[in-house]
Design a protein around this ligand. Sequence first.
Ligand code: UN1
Length: 513
Amino acid sequence: ATDFGIHKALEILGVKDINEGTSTGSKSFSNGGIIESFSPVDGQLIGKVKTTTRADYEKVMDAATSAFKTWRTMPAPQRGEIVRQFGLKLREKKAALGKLVSYEMGKSYQEGLGEVQEMIDICDFAVGLSRQLHGLTMHSERPGHRMYEQYHPLGVVGIISAFNFPVAVWAWNTALAWVCGDVCVWKPSEKTPMCGVACQNIAAEVFAENNLPEGICCLINGDYKVGEFMTKDTRVPLISATGSTRMGKVVAQAVAARLGKSLLELGGNNAIIVTPDADIKMTVIGAVFGAVGTAGQRCTSTRRLIIHESIYDKVKKAVIDAYKQLRIGNPLDENNHVGPLIDTDAVNMYKNALEKVVEEGGNIVVEGGVLSGEGYESGCYVKPAIAEAKPEFKIVQHETFAPVLYLLKYSGDVENAIAIQNEVAQGLSSAIMTNNLREAELFLSVLGSDCGIANVNIGTSGAEIGGAFGGEKETGGGRESGSDAWKVYMRRQTNTINYTTELPLAQGIKFDL
Ligand code: UN1
């Protein structure tokens, strides 16, 4: 039965009132201060997590570096078997974990379940991948020589994740990293530490059941200073960080200073282009889910609609009408579409964006506002808003992590819309709504969208795990999840073998002794 409350969910997930925020698997400890986690749903304290001190971190690194020595020698398909078991456990705990995600982060229960489904999907993907960590073979220019490449495990992977996908982003990284033979140290967002504890418990169970050493799945908790332990640590060859562009720049510089690798998933400013050949009904569903799903707190959320002037009024009316249907409230109640923002800081940023767009000359067509009264006691519930704006407005260029949608008008050919779409610093997700083949193909061509994700007749959010996920420009350039994203978690080695009794040199160089 999935019909249980949050307390039962916490019990199923082994989350207590006070939790050790540092863990190497079965062993948990922590000597730092306390993070309290309050639910944006009802403002209640969910529980506490103790943070990681420098000394705690050193213990984690000792366990992780030593576990890597064993884990890397286990054949990849056997590591895949562990990830398969992890996926099974996630299936068992899907309802409970989905509920905790919804309660701690504030997204709808449906989206909480969807997030856990992404974890399960990436596990399945990783299991298959564990037999497909392929390198290429090349033809050597020298006779009697063979040349090929192989991928070896990298080491300790540091994962820094954001509040908005408090569990899935960790799984995208760990599922791949584990089959690749790496061990992981995860610092979840300080805003969703209970999700971190819950996930750690699930993973730790699997590793313990298989008698694997401590240190393959590690958890640390705390603020950016705890993140810095990892970003500055030469024992961590790869840092995968998801969050704001501001955070990403700090992380990237710290990691680059020691010539480590970073995988960055940062901000988006995602647009849907709506051309005269768009199916308006589909456009409305895509745009509204994209803009208000997860209360506008996905990095793939739709922030801009770039609409052709000939259909502008029609699309505007259809979207406004759709917004009238939205029910805002407790995300655990499946009748509601929109839950709260993560905290009151986010509410202030939302309010600020609405003020700014008016200051810059924009026109609000769906009023925003913070909800109060019964059911809204946390102060985090806001009304999704729509403003007519100009592409060049500073606030439109900025990623506001809230349900604020900007309507922008274009005239002439689709090239003009593409120019507007690309004229922002971010480059994560993009979409075009059109039944016109020429427009669709141009949008996908070299002259089209400059984003990591470009969709036709689909919105900007809700990517499947099978594709590589990430974006260009200020989005950071990283790719996670499907396709060949696994390669960043491994080190590539090129091998040339001479099976003759001669030693010819490459490039035909003569060197006679
Ligand atoms: C994020 O917001 O950090 O494409 C990830 C999507 C989800 C993942 C979003 N699959 O919207």
